[in-house]
Design a binder for this molecule. Structure first.
Ligand SMILES: [Zn+2]
Ligand SMILES: [Zn+2]
Length: 343
């Protein structure tokens, strides 16, 4: 028995995260006003005028990740051309640089490079050359992952695997995590669409904690999946990839994408299986759209390959190890199921 929770009158009342010990209480939020909900105020309505060409040009000119500014970043490690990213939806006539995905070192290593054999093992994957969505009406109308398309996103994850290979060639790298922050509210420091990949000399603490929980309670993941299935939280379960609305995420609206039968690394996945994992993750990102969010891909230490996605609609609300999750969780899982079925 690894996971503790209580069900009353058929409904989940509380559940404890077996890794962190944080207790999620299911609460009725329908009457609550969220004066600080992230959203509307920054987004002008559809009647607002589009940014002028000059405003767009100015924003792009100061962005180191925009085409034309390649010299402002650390040296390029590799790039994927348009031919290598089938399904890219951008307009090739807009810029002359010809790349779709670009990989560089993070100017600021997350883990000091003296701990990884003197080599900077923090990377940035620029996911697309476009800075803004089409017809931006505000400086915040940035391109977001959900708009890329499934095929393009699969290429982004395949790129992550290439970067991981490079990091793992370094004998001092033991563990690698893929991390994404979308939107200022989630802690992104650059507006231009990008991911971070971090190689660490030690198993990363979050992954170590999950591996410890799994060791102490063998079968923890399958027990969780069974419970979430009984609670109606499973959103999708196809091709060996399970997606669910998590009642034990770091934020009130969290989703996990898990490959329960695959306890290996992203780089060890067959290309077809990597595409299936990418598909599971992408489908949630598409539904969340431009909302601020983060995701992290966890791997290694005997854990099933998985990703945690946190929507940042509500400000962080973990108080002294407790989290309130909305009782609309079930309806939301059902709504997402329906939206995915519509394609
Ligand atoms: Zn840019
Ligand atoms: Zn994890």
């Amino acid at each position: 028995m690894g996971i503790e929770y209580e069900i009353r009158d058929g409904a989940l009342v509380w559940i404890k995260n077996p890794v962190t010990g944080v207790i999620s209480y299911v609460v009725d939020v329908r009457g609550k006003s969220f004066a600080f909900t992230l959203s509307a105020h920054e987004h002008p309505g559809p009647e607002a005028p589009e940014l002028t060409d000059e405003e767009v040009r100015r924003a792009r000119s100061v962005c180191p990740f925009c085409p034309g500014n390649e010299a402002q970043t650390t040296p390029e490690l590799f790039r994927l051309s348009r031919e290598q990213v089938p399904g890219w939806t951008g307009d090739p006539s807009r810029d002359a640089q010809g790349w779709v995905i670009r990989v560089i070192n993070n100017l600021f290593p997350r883990i000091p490079d003296q701990l990884t054999g003197g080599r900077n093992e923090s990377y940035i994957v620029i996911e697309d050359p476009r800075h803004f969505i089409d017809c931006p009406r505000s400086i915040g109308d940035l391109l977001f992952t959900g708009i890329l398309g499934e095929e393009h996103f699969a290429r982004v994850l395949a790129t992550d695997a290439l970067v991981m290979r490079r990091a793992m060639d370094n004998p001092s790298v033991r563990s690698v995590v893929v991390r994404k922050n979308q939107g200022r509210e989630s802690g992104a420091s650059q507006p231009h669409l990008h991911q971070q990949i971090i190689g660490s000399p030690e198993p990363l603490p979050a992954i170590l904690a999950e591996a410890r929980a799994e060791r102490e309670h063998p079968g923890l993941w399958s027990e969780m999946l069974d419970l979430f299935d009984r609670l109606g939280l499973i959103i999708d379960s196809t091709y060996g990839v399970v997606t669910y609305a998590s009642p034990i995420g770091a934020f009130p609206r969290s989703y996990d994408v898990v490959m329960p039968e695959f306890r290996g690394l992203l780089v060890e996945l067959e290309p077809a299986a990597l595409r299936k994992f990418a598909r599971g993750l992408y489908r949630i990102l598409r539904i969340l759209g431009p909302l601020p969010l983060d995701y992290e891909i966890h791997q290694g230490e005997g854990l099933p390959l998985h990703a945690h996605i946190n929507a940042r609609l509500f400000p962080y609300s973990n108080v002294a190890g407790t989290l309130n999750i909305p009782n609309t969780l079930l309806e939301r899982a059902a709504a997402i199921r329906k939206a995915l079925a519509r394609g």
